[in-house]
Design a protein around this ligand. Structure first.
Ligand code: FAD
Length: 391
């Protein structure tokens, strides 16, 4: 049996988040846009974000994917995707509080108190640092080195494009500890406090938020700061990246829904040559194609989430959803901009902002080409077969 219906609880969650976004988040859009246009703050200030998160917490929206024993909601992946779709409907970069990187749950008792729990509580900010100037898609090519010195490890190297790298209190840093083994048992993950001495430099991007480069020069950390086991870091990195790839296209899907609604409204009201744009087949086709792709993306995202929730190997489905979401979201925002004509290109409307932001989806956490590589490899090596989706 194929059942496309959401559960009662999933419908309630979606409805609550939709109302929250409409009442609390969307009203901030004008101000966020105004500040960004003036080159002041990007998105929300930390205080504004915190206040909104605490407001949501009063209704128990805290720690969407955080296990209940850690005070979170422990939602199933399909519900988490539904939440993300709703959040994506606003360009205000709001996220619920109470979450921590999945790999931090590998923390031992001491690390748990120092890193995991304060991150969940929102008291500490983490960043995930694997990419280097010479190693992006090819993450196995990382060169950052950690060598033992007495009871400590000493880290040297440079990381780049690290999200929250300039704000983070600590970094989860992946370094080579055994060059002979490399990614096959020779990479280790270290929890490195900013006070340990690493430097960060923001990187300016075409988006409204920027990652940072991190420099490690003889940064010393004790053995106690190894996350998981020495030599098992690459597996942790893959676990982090694979944690919820479906959530990225889910957010883009929400943006596409809002953008298409804007295009429909504009097509209805804007008249050219004595008739509304909505009467023109050229415009209708752009609207129709966008709607078809939005609905296809919804199924891909929710199917990938469903696979995660059922403990299946979801890598193939997640790659498909990420690739399709990145490509189609960019096509949709481009069409919506086109339907708005010159106004779409201005900074009076948020379309160009979404245009810049959605472009990132085709690059980070696995580029389009890397997703295609995964999908093709799965098929060519026989890990999946054509048409086996529902088996
Ligand atoms: C805003 C932003 C935030 C980021 N946040 C983080 C973060 O928090 N932590 C982190 O560690 N990293 C982060 N990244 C890094 C991101 O994951 C990498 O940029 C991405 O993996 C691509 O690596 P690269 O930039 O080195 O491109 P490259 O790997 O140099 O690729 C360049 C181009 O070649 C293509 N290509 C590469 N290999 C192949 C191949 N085998 N076949 C065909 N085409 C190929 C790529 O698809 C791409 O189009 C972030 C990046 C950005 C832009």
């Amino acid at each position: 049996m194929v059942d496309f219906a959401l559960t009662e609880e999933q419908r309630e969650i979606r409805s609550w988040v939709r109302t929250f976004v409409e009442r609390e988040v969307m009203p901030l859009e004008t101000e966020v846009l105004r500040r960004e246009r003036r080159g002041e703050t990007h998105g929300l200030t930390p205080e504004e974000l915190r206040d909104l998160q605490l407001l949501a917490k009063r209704s128990d929206f805290w720690g969407i994917l955080t296990p209940t024993e850690y005070g979170g909601m422990g939602l199933d992946p399909v519900s988490a995707a539904l939440v993300e779709i709703e959040l994506g409907r606003s360009f205000v970069p709001f996220r619920f509080g109470g979450d921590a990187d999945n790999i931090l749950y590998h923390a031992n008792a001491q690390q748990r108190e120092r890193y995991l729990l304060p991150t969940i509580a929102g008291e500490r900010v983490s960043c995930f640092a694997i990419t280097e100037p010479g190693a992006g898609s090819d993450a196995k090519a990382i060169r950052t080195r950690a060598h033992r010195d007495g009871a400590d490890w000493v880290i040297n190297g440079e990381k780049t494009f690290i999200t929250r790298g300039h704000e983070a209190d600590f970094a989860m840093v992946f370094a080579v500890t055994d060059p002979a083994k490399g990614a096959n048992g020779g990479v280790t993950c270290f929890l490195v406090d900013r006070e340990a001495g690493w430097r960060s430099e923001p990187i300016s991007t075409m988006g409204e938020w920027g990652p940072a480069s991190l420099v490690f020069e003889d940064v010393r950390v004790p053995e106690a700061n190894v996350l998981g086991e020495v030599g098992r870091g690459f597996e942790l990195a893959m676990q982090w990246i694979g944690k919820g790839r479906y959530l990225l296209p889910a957010r883009a899907l929400g943006a596409c829904e809002r953008l298409l609604a804007m295009a429909i409204e504009h097509a209805r009201t804007r008249e050219t040559f004595g008739a509304p744009l909505a009467d023109r087949q050229a415009i209708q086709w752009m609207i129709a194609d966008s709607q078809v792709e939005i609905e296809a993306l919804r199924l891909l995202v929710l199917h990938a989430a469903w696979q995660v929730g059922h403990g299946r190997d979801s890598r193939h489905a997640q790659s498909i959803a990420k690739l399709y979401g990145g490509v189609k979201a960019n096509e949709i925002v481009d069409r919506v901009l086109q339907i708005h004509g010159g106004m779409g290109y201005t900074r009076e409307l948020p379309i160009e902002r979404w245009y810049r932001e959605l472009r990132l989806l085709r690059i980070y956490e696995g580029t389009d080409e890397i997703q295609r590589r995964t999908i093709a490899r799965d098929l060519l090596k026989g890990h999946v077969t054509v048409g086996s989706t529902l088996s």
